[in-house]
Design a protein around this ligand. Sequence first.
Ligand SMILES: C[S@@+](CC[C@H](N)C(=O)[O-])C[C@H]1O[C@@H](n2cnc3c(N)ncnc32)[C@H](O)[C@@H]1O
Length: 289
Amino acid sequence: MSEAVKIWKILDILKVTEELFAKNNISKPRLNAELLLCGALKTKRINLYLDFEKPLNETELAVYRSMVKRRINREPLQYILGEAEFYGLKFFINRSVLIPRQETELLVDKTLEIISTQRLENPKILDIGTGSGCISIAAASRVLCSIRAIDISREAVKTAQANSDLNNTSSRIEFIQKDFINDNESFNGYNLVISNPPYIAEFEINTLEPEVKDYEPKSALSDNSDGLSFYRKIFETAIQTIEPLTVLLETGDGKKEKVEELVQQYGIKNYTFHKDLLNIERVLEINII
Ligand SMILES: C[S@@+](CC[C@H](N)C(=O)[O-])C[C@H]1O[C@@H](n2cnc3c(N)ncnc32)[C@H](O)[C@@H]1O
């Protein structure tokens, strides 16, 4: 006699997954379960609650189970779902790009603030290490500007272009594959240079969560050195500009002292660190006059 196949209703499967995630040390287990189920069923979260008695069909169950397995292996939710939200916009995400972080939104806030306070009309902006394109696209979705966004990774550039098309910013941003460290990239002609560079030192990689160190691109996290290579190259290039320039750079938690030491070594006098919502010095603003 064949065994009866268990019927899984939305509410039951969420409960079981939540317990499984909790047992496997996945933070926010319920939220993870709900978001994966939304991905598997291609529906919104509210519908899970409206339809919680609804049984899943075989295909839905298979898709969901494979997603749950990936999450238990600590693959980040955004890679499993193939998308992330940043600055209220949707972005396609894959393993060639860093998952946009909420704290990076401060860099966008500061970019928009400077464009407004300096009354820049159609400013020229350079974005170094654009990744998913999140910073440039968020800024370009709010204000008229001309951005050159570079990244060493061809796959990242392709993803950023797709994200720009998705968010209707393609006429404002040009994405280019380029190695900023080894190829010359002058800052002349730009009003603003923005970057969230790979700032994790090589020795720190092993201290990161599995979601980060095992899944996000190494070249997006670290410079394979002391985590300061991009700051050095950016400061060295910035002090050679012949026109006024503002530079906005993300900095990591606990990195302020080292970055500030470098700023001073390069003789840069006009600089400020801006704190994020957690009171961490997150964005360095430099003004070259
Ligand atoms: C920390 S991620 C930032 C990605 C994105 N801007 C964000 O904020 O989510 C750094 C990015 O720098 C890129 N990158 C690494 N080395 C580079 C290099 N030598 N030249 C240009 N881009 C580089 C990586 O591919 C990655 O996309």
